[in-house]
Design a protein around this ligand. Structure first.
Ligand code: GLU
Length: 308
């Protein structure tokens, strides 16, 4: 497969990498390297207000320190507005999007899906209410089942109209939405395989729909289990996940490999990242990655954790 595989890690620079983001980085790295593929890094600094100054540089330093060396130049979404605007124009020309005047408070009572997202009730679908100004742009979601087969999670299907509703591609603050940017960039970078955290599994049908509308190639998808803390919460900035430590990197990496169903052999105890990654690229089998989350640091008692 060498030469045909292009994978990527696409962190949002909202803070440094933690044990959870390390698992996603390692999985996408190994899946690419195991077949001699390329592995790219894309900085998803699209949501400027959520980005933390200095976090992008910290993330790149952390990747280097953990032996996760990428190919080529890092792509920054903050430099890609022209490409996203062109894609939005294409969607407008297709009649696939419409302007929406609804504010967050107007939608507060709308139904929510099991992910807690508002299912847009279609208020502006047939046209803006008179006197209302356009705030965002939404894609008309089709009332059909979108199927895909995830390489780890198996067969999945979602009816976009019922389970998500018409979704935003350009936000009221003028920023392009993640769903649009991710498909434009995956196509631009020639990504053949997306390996990322399972929190994005539910977003995949939206991305597949946009790829179809825009005539973009569909990458293969694999969603790795999320790492949760002892309280069962996804590790994230919100749940105050600590940044990856500068020392003890081998042990952290071994823990990430174990969470991915690839615990290193005892002979590699105390090994450096480079050695662990070399072993793991040789032994990587995506079918050994569990579908269920792993618990990070189970010794940490729930009492010691911050309130959700
Ligand atoms: N930027 C997203 C995150 O950090 C990942 C997006 C993706 O991999 O498609 O969670």
């Amino acid at each position: 497969m060498s030469g045909t595989y292009i994978g990527r890690f696409a962190p949002s620079p909202t803070g440094p990498l933690h044990a959870g983001s390390l698992v996603a980085a390692v999985a996408s790295f190994l899946d690419a390297r195991a077949v001699g593929g390329r592995w790219l890094v894309r900085m998803e600094d699209l949501d400027r207000p959520r980005c933390e100054p200095g976090a992008a540089a910290t993330i790149l330093r952390q990747l280097e320190a953990y032996g996760l060396h990428w190919d080529g130049a890092v792509l920054h979404q903050s430099q890609r507005d022209d490409a996203y605007a062109a894609a939005l124009d294409e969607l407008k020309a297709l009649g696939a999007v419409y302007p929406c005047a609804c504010s967050r408070s107007q939608l507060a009572q709308a139904l929510r899906n099991h992910e807690g997202e508002i299912i847009y009730p279609g208020t502006c679908r047939a046209g803006l209410p008179s006197g209302a100004a356009a705030r965002a742009w939404r894609v008309r979601s089709p009332d059909v089942s979108t199927h895909f087969c995830d390489r780890i999670q198996g067969e999945l299907q979602q009816n976009l109209a019922h389970e998500v509703g018409d979704f935003i591609v350009r936000r009221a603050d003028g920023l392009f939405a993640y769903q649009l940017a991710v498909v434009v960039d995956d196509a631009f970078q020639g990504i053949t395989h997306v390996v990322r955290g399972a929190d994005l599994l539910w977003n995949t049908p939206r991305q597949i729909y946009l790829q179809r509308l825009l005539g973009l190639p569909l990458p293969a998808y694999a969603h790795v289990p999320l790492v949760t803390n002892a309280a069962g919460q996804k590790l994230s900035k919100q749940t105050l996940a600590p940044a990856l430590p500068a020392s003890g990197r081998g042990a952290m990496l071994a823990q990430a490999l174990a969470a991915l169903g690839h615990p290193p052999p005892v002979e590699l105890e105390g090994a450096e990242p480079a050695e662990l990654l070399a072993w793991a690229s040789e032994h990587w089998r995506i079918e050994n990655v569990p579908t269920r989350p792993a618990v990070a640091n189970p010794a940490q008692a729930p009492d010691n954790l911050p309130d959700p």
